[in-house]
Design a protein around this ligand. Structure first.
Ligand SMILES: Cc1ncc(COP(=O)(O)O)c(C=O)c1O
Length: 371
């Protein structure tokens, strides 16, 4: 093979030709507020507990892990029952390596070649990328100018395209706004009337919301799935643990596509340790919510437009050239995210010091832009 061989010289699938992989720039700058991570490292007692549990798990690494992750799913179900105000058992919960893998398994099960999925954009771009990776056609659904879902247009799009899967991200990434439960219910009804299809509610950021989880909507709706993650509220993005809650039949269905032993014994042990420390971790969430609210009010005071946020990040603008503004903020030592939403940028809530550095940078930028 010659050194000049590139992806497109290989017999890759047609839909992958000319495409680039997903990924935010990982730049070495003093303040990184670009990937919606939790800025707080895990507390030391939890680090110790992880070490203990992983040591125990290491003694059995000659064996495959529990394929059904029984203990972990039981604890996740307890967490959801306690915080989501809706009773769930192990039969309702499934876990995988990040909610990205949960979504991939759902699309492998309910999407695929000859099938389609719709999302209301701008939204989490991995939904469309995982659709592409699983051979599922992608339909880009509409939003209003203020980034709320245009319900009538969305219902029309569902009726017209009859997608097999409908994605609703609440709170939405990158815009930060939550979707009202009534909108989710109306879209669910529209999706059932059109096909029926699966509706996936992506609640990756729900712990940061002013409102409650939509878990109670699962009652009597077997085609509804709520997907969640430990990457954000639990401050464990490096762990790679996502999970879903749904009717037991959905949990049975994803078994048809999951790889055997997909969730390593180390991952299961670490996640179980983190769940033992839920209450401490949720206290950090409260701090982050307060910092998020501070970012919203200070950005408005500086003179920026801000979308109301229920997440651990804030979308702000408007910029004549958002990429140039991104670069100018970067030049001041702060990395935010340019999600290709024209006129807007996104900043993740960091520690109070990181947020101060960001606010100084954008205050400075505003003066420069207004000059
Ligand atoms: C809306 C949304 N869903 C899912 C994910 C993926 O999270 P995980 O780390 O669990 O794969 C993200 C990550 O940024 C996200 O923004």
């Amino acid at each position: 093979m010659s050194d000049a061989t590139r992806i497109d010289d290989l017999p890759v699938r047609d839909e992958l030709r000319g495409k680039s992989p997903y990924g935010a720039p990982q730049l070495d700058v003093p303040v990184r507020l670009n990937t919606n991570e939790n800025p707080y490292p895990l507390p030391e007692p939890l680090v110790e507990r992880i070490a203990e549990r992983v040591r125990e798990a290491a003694r059995n690494l000659n064996r495959y892990p529990d394929r059904d992750a029984v203990q972990l799913r039981t604890e996740l179900a307890k967490y959801l029952t306690r915080t989501g105000h809706y009773p769930l058992g192990i039969e309702n919960v499934w876990a995988a390596n990040g909610s990205n893998e949960v979504i991939q398994q759902l699309l492998q099960t309910f999407g695929g070649p000859g099938r389609s999925a719709i999302g209301f954009e701008p939204s989490y771009s991995m939904h469309s990328l995982i659709a592409r990776g699983t051979g599922t056609d992608w339909i880009s659904g509409p939003r209003n100018e203020d980034f709320t879902i245009d319900l009538m247009a969305a219902e029309r799009a569902i009726a017209e395209h009859r997608p097999d899967v409908v994605f609703i991200t609440t709170p939405n990434n990158p815009t930060g706004n939550a979707v009202p439960p009534a909108t989710v219910l109306a879209l669910y009804e529209a999706a059932q009337a059109a096909k029926p299809s699966m509706v996936i509610v992506d609640e990756a950021y729900i712990e940061f919301s002013h409102g409650d989880s939509l878990l109670p909507l699962l009652e009597g709706r077997p085609n509804l799935v709520v997907s969640r993650t430990m990457s954000k509220a639990f401050g464990a993005a490096g762990l790679r643990l996502g999970y879903l809650a749904a009717h037991p039949a959905v949990v049975d269905a994803v078994q048809l596509v999951r790889l055997p032993y997909h969730l390593s014994a180390i991952t299961q042990a670490t996640a179980l340790a983190a769940l033992e420390h839920t209450d401490t971790l949720l206290k950090y969430v409260e701090q982050l919510k307060a910092e998020r609210d501070r970012l919203v009010s200070e950005l408005r005071a500086i003179g920026y437009d801000v979308i109301e946020s229920d997440a651990n990040f804030v979308q702000f603008g408007r910029f004549a050239d958002s990429h140039a503004a991104w670069q100018k903020i970067l030049d001041r030592g702060v990395l935010v995210r340019d999600n290709d939403v024209p006129g807007w940028l996104r900043v993740s809530a960091g520690t109070p010091d990181e947020n101060d550095a960001f606010l100084d940078a954008v205050r400075d930028l505003k003066k420069e832009l207004d000059a």
